[in-house]
Design a protein around this ligand. Structure first.
Ligand SMILES: [Zn+2]
Length: 318
């Protein structure tokens, strides 16, 4: 299985900044050490034409040319720098590259070890998100004819407001978000299916809500099939997260990932996973959750290989 990384383009943040930028490099190192069957590749930079499939040209220009005003930089939460632009472009490029491999190269599953920047809307960034990688990749797939209907399964603890806004009224994309109801963003943008969870929600309650949501998604699939799935595997519903306010154990997080993987497998739809948020008080515990998510994606990739090997091919037929 392929996983794309962009951590060599770490933007320089002011001392004491609350975003744990080192997590991307640490995750790549852990994947390399623990999951040798994952092939790591650097993410290419997304070009401006692809960014402009979902973002307004003026916004893309303001980011790339460094003319974003102070209020917009504050809304994003990172000060502008050339390295931030490069990293943001590669974070999107990683999801687009994972898409290519999952769909075009027939891999079935591929991962971006960054991405999931779901608070970015057409005309602005927000909440540590500059560009919306999943929205860009979904448009690339739809416009290239690689997919006709896309499911975005967003299990980051924060609502996927940017993605919902970008695809409002767009029949080609179903946006599902399970999130903390009282958490950021405080003004949610309705997606196709939003499940707001109370603070303190634990694993069993979460998995029950997830099962219901995935059942609703399956009903929609039966009406019109999803031939591509994006999965935002945010680590921030974990009980050790500083920002999440939910109480899922590492085991519940693993079960969450497995449910999504199995659903996409049952549809025989390619799946692209990106990491989205994760702000663990204990960075090691957060990285273990993310590593387990990559492990679940790898297991899904392997099950799909096995199914391909055992399925009768046209050559076997009389
Ligand atoms: Zn989040």
């Amino acid at each position: 299985m392929l996983a794309f990384h962009s951590d060599q383009h770490e933007p320089v943040l002011p001392p004491g900044h609350r975003f744990p930028m080192a997590k991307y490099r640490l995750l790549r190192e852990r994947v390399a050490a623990a999951l040798p069957r994952v092939r790591l590749q650097p993410s290419p930079a997304c070009d401006e034409a692809d960014l402009m499939r979902v973002h307004e040209a003026g916004y893309v220009a303001a980011v790339t040319q460094g003319t974003l005003d102070a209020a917009h930089q504050r809304e994003i939460g990172f000060p502008w720098s050339a390295s931030l632009v490069e990293r943001s472009r590669r974070s999107v490029g990683g999801t687009v590259a994972a898409l290519r491999h999952a769909v075009k190269a027939g891999e079935g599953v591929a991962v971006n070890l960054a991405g999931g920047t779901h608070h970015a809307s057409r005309s602005q960034g927000s909440g540590f998100c500059v560009f919306n990688d999943v929205a860009v990749a979904a448009e690339v797939a739809l416009q290239a004819g690689w997919a006709r209907r896309v499911a975005v399964i967003d299990l980051d603890v924060h609502q996927g407001n940017g993605t919902a806004a970008i695809f409002t009224g767009d029949e080609r994309v179903f946006t599902l978000s399970l999130h903390g109801e009282r958490n950021f963003p405080f003004r949610k943008v309705p997606g196709c299916l939003d499940v707001g969870l109370p603070d303190g929600c634990d694993g069993p309650a979460y998995l029950l809500a997830l099962d219901e949501a995935l059942q609703a998604l399956s009903q929609s699939h039966r009406l019109r099939a999803f031939d591509l799935v994006f999965y935002l595997a945010g680590a921030d519903p974990h009980e050790g997260d500083r920002l999440g306010h939910l109480r899922l154990s590492a085991q519940a997080m693993r079960l969450r990932d497995e449910r999504v993987m199995r659903l996409a497998e049952s549809w025989q739809s390619p799946l692209v996973m990106c990491m989205a948020g994760g702000y663990g008080r204990d960075l090691d515990a957060m990285l273990a959750v993310q590593l387990a998510s990559v492990g679940e994606a790898l297991s899904s990739w392997q099950r799909r290989r096995l199914a391909d090997l055992t399925a009768p091919t046209s050559a076997d037929l009389p």
